[in-house]
Write a protein that binds this ligand. Structure first.
Ligand code: SF4
Length: 251
């Protein structure tokens, strides 16, 4: 902690900066990803902590909000400075990256280094999302369910309002984006999924991706309830999806 002279002539402690990029609690980094921002070669930085509790979360170790980080932002910057010719950008992921106040500073710094900036978010903090949208080149936004079923997925009442406000913000910003819907057979059936896709389309989402739920890494009770069911079990009998809707199934 640094010290500066106080008006009295005595030294006074300066509070740690809790909003700068150095305040980020970082769980880890993938140094090269070809899938975290479609079409781009990126490094992905995983920020610790999420306020929601989705059964299908395959990074449950990243949920705890009081967990210490494993990597300092300055080490991420050092890495990026050596990759300016090799990477297109950086993606801030999580956990829920908009939970942390240092997000905007980190995105600014990444841009100053010449990198494109991407964000993975579930939209849990729309106010901070609104603050950083101008610093982003691409957003991958999770929309989990119709509003009435949202808390069934996240375990948190009111999460629907935050997520749908974030959807409106992303669409209204004009920032390039992809809305991801994880098809959870415990929540979605065919007609419900069609209604959800139509709701997101009507909100103005440019691109929607239906993605496979994965049992690996999830809570044992969730994996047991899933009982091997997959995206194909939900969408199998549905007709073709409209333009702008893609299915990202795993073999
Ligand atoms: S919002 Fe994302 S990180 Fe948070 S619990 Fe749900 S799946 Fe996990």
């Amino acid at each position: 902690m640094s010290l500066v002279p106080a008006a009295t002539g005595q030294a006074a402690a300066v509070k740690p900066d809790t909003t700068g990029a150095d305040s980020l609690v970082i769980a880890g980094m993938a140094k090269l990803s070809t899938c975290d921002w479609p079409g781009k070669l990126v490094a992905t930085v995983f920020l610790q902590g999420c306020p929601w509790r989705c059964g299908y979360c395959h990074n449950p170790d990243l949920i705890a909000t009081r967990q210490a980080g494993t990597l300092a932002w300055r080490d991420v910057v050092t890495f990026l400075e050596r990759r300016t010719d090799l990477l297109d950008g950086i993606v801030l992921s999580g956990g829920e990256p908009t939970r942390q106040a240092g997000l905007g500073a980190a995105l600014s710094q990444a841009r100053e280094l010449g990198f494109g900036t991407g964000l993975h978010t579930a939209g849990a903090y729309p106010r901070r999302l609104a603050e950083v949208l101008g610093l982003l080149d691409w957003v991958g936004l999770d929309i989990k369910a119709l509003p009435t079923a949202y808390a069934t997925v996240t375990g948190v009442p009111g999460s629907d309002k935050r997520a749908y406000q974030s959807l409106r913000l992303v669409v209204g910003s004009g920032v390039d984006h992809e809305v991801r819907i994880t098809v959870d057979p415990l929540v979605h059936d065919g007609p419900g999924l069609e209604a959800l896709v139509e709701t997101v389309r009507q909100a103005g989402a440019k691109r929607i991706v239906l993605q496979e739920v994965r049992a690996e890494g999830t809570r044992p009770d969730y994996a047991a309830a899933l009982a091997g069911r997959r995206l194909s079990d939900v969408i199998g009998s549905l007709p073709e999806w409209p333009d702008g809707v893609a299915v990202r199934a795993e073999s």
